[in-house]
Design a protein around this ligand. Structure first.
Ligand code: AMP
Ligand code: MG
Length: 487
């Protein structure tokens, strides 16, 4: 791992070459006065960049697509998608570009992608731009997710462009440099299927198998195996979201990856008080993408993926549907298993304890948390202290103390392991009030709060003195939280 990084980075154009029908060659808009706001040095090194070289003028031009590395053939990717249940056959990168793929130091292929790089042929009415606040929000939340051990796209850098962008007011523009194991989405398959070109659909599936689920190629039914692998990855991913109280906010099929990485941090948030109905997005009045609905929506999205893949499952479409339905059936069981195993660890309960006992304990706890509006993250961390005998902090979070005491007695009888708990229950998450505070300051040019928040949330399990306010709940005056989409 000590090998010196290559002086100039080589980008591949594999997606652009293999799937040209879904790739529109395009260039990033010129940035008038680029200024690097934040750079992810460990990620840069992982990709084979010399981190220092990304800080100079040429490096910043590279991060915004204003200067292209060797081999780069940037494209806007075409995809379709169900947005809030309604189908759009042509969405695509309206304000984003795939610069190309890089082979990282471990030999893995990673996409280098820009968000906010100007209008593309997919922009429709949009301006193709992004602003500092939401791009830094994606940076903070995606890096927090990664540190929590949750598969996600990564954030390499945010560069302020020096250009004003019109939203409700004029705001400073920015470009996010995003890294992902790919940007293939459920919506990519919906797009390919929509063209009616089965050869394209097959090439897309083959591309996805090679990049993400190579074992599917060995299967007797590779395309069904691909579907089952995506389903398994998504069941595991959404269980992880649920275990940390993450609300994605806009689980449209164009925002669900084939790799199983979390993508598109728009109106996302971590819930404070436990509430299955928690919604933060200003445009999700019906609660379609509420916390508690996420597993059901994931399953619904996977059904849309299966529909898109039907011609590859079997020549006879009736048999193809039968196969798809059988495979889709596995989602609930796989999700349930991932969730139950995760909850066991959150409670520190050993595997030998009966499943039924644990599941009743979990159900009763969640009902109590909801009734008492208890902060999800802080509760589980305090429960770790309770496992060590100091239960006052957890107890003080409840109004109904008798109910808490009764539940705790049942839990304690199972000899919970505090160390297991502390490894999975984070101290620091990107709490909404802290994210807002950091983004407001950064929009005004003050980056210290952002950097402090990043230090806390990128080591989420490691409790450190001096960071108490990063572990605490929002002050009363913060009120109920709303986030805004598509900015
Ligand atoms: P999102 O909700 O961010 O996943 O985006 C949904 C679709 O809208 C995608 O096709 C985006 O490329 C497009 N889009 C979002 N914001 C903009 C914008 N400011 N300009 C152009 N296209 C946009
Ligand atoms: Mg999107």
């Amino acid at each position: 791992m000590n090998a010196a990084p290559p002086p100039t980075l080589m980008l591949h154009d594999r997606f652009a070459r293999e799937l040209a029908e879904m790739a529109v060659p395009w260039q990033a808009e010129k940035t008038p006065d680029p200024r690097l706001l934040v750079l992810n040095e460990p990620l840069a090194a992982e990709l084979g960049f010399d981190p220092a070289s990304l800080r100079n003028t040429e490096g910043v031009r590279l991060l915004t697509g204003n200067s292209l590395p060797r081999g780069a053939a940037p494209v806007a990717q075409a995809y379709a998608g169900h947005q809030f249940g309604g189908f759009s056959p042509r969405l695509g990168d309206g304000r984003a570009l795939l610069l190309g793929e890089v082979t990282d130091v471990e030999g893995r292929l990673r996409d280098i992608h820009l968000k906010g790089s100007g209008r593309t042929p997919f922009a429709r009415g949009g301006d193709g731009l992004a602003v500092v606040g939401p791009m830094l929000r994606e940076y903070v939340v995606s890096e927090a997710m990664h540190a929590l051990g949750i598969p996600t796209t990564r954030s390499l850098a945010v560069v302020a462009t020096g250009r004003s962008v019109r939203r409700e007011t004029l705001l400073p523009g920015a470009v996010l440099t995003r890294v992902a194991s790919s940007h293939l989405r459920v919506g990519s398959f919906q797009y390919a299927r929509g063209t009616g070109d089965i050869d394209l659909l097959r090439r897309l599936a083959d591309h996805a198998i090679t990049r993400h689920h190579p074992s599917a190629a060995e299967s007797e039914h590779p395309y069904l195996a691909l579907f089952e692998a995506v389903l398994a990855a998504q069941a595991s991913l959404v269980a992880k979201w649920m275990l940390v109280g993450f609300v994605h906010g806009v689980m449209n099929t164009d925002n669900m990856t084939i790799s199983g990485e979390t993508i598109d941090y728009g109106p996302c948030a971590f819930m404070d008080a436990f509430d299955p109905a928690a919604v933060f997005s200003s445009i999700d009045g019906g609660g379609r993408y509420s916390y508690g609905n996420q597993p059901v929506i994931a399953e619904w999205n996977l059904a849309r993926l299966a529909e898109a893949l039907l011609p590859l499952f079997h020549e006879d479409q009736e048999q193809a549907v039968t196969l798809a339905v059988e495979s889709l059936d596995a989602f609930r069981e796989q999700y349930g298993a991932a969730w139950s195993a995760g909850m066991r660890d959150k409670l520190g309960v050993a595997d030998r304890v009966d499943d039924q006992v644990t599941s009743r304990l979990v159900d009763d706890l969640l009902a109590l948390l909801a009734e008492n509006r208890v902060d999800h993250t802080l509760f589980f961390r305090n429960l770790g202290s309770a496992a060590r005998g100091a239960s006052e902090a957890a107890r003080a979070m409840f109004i109904d103390l008798a109910a808490f005491d009764a539940w705790t007695a049942r839990w304690r009888a199972l000899s919970p392991d505090a160390e297991v708990m502390d490894r999975v229950n984070p101290v620091y998450i990107p709490r909404n009030h802290l994210v807002e505070e950091a983004l407001t300051a950064a929009t005004d040019g003050e980056l210290d709060p952002l950097n402090r928040l990043l230090r806390a949330v990128t080591s989420p399990y490691d409790e450190r003195p001096g960071l108490e306010r990063y572990a605490d709940t929002a002050p009363e005056c913060f009120g109920s939280y709303r986030t805004y989409c598509g900015t």
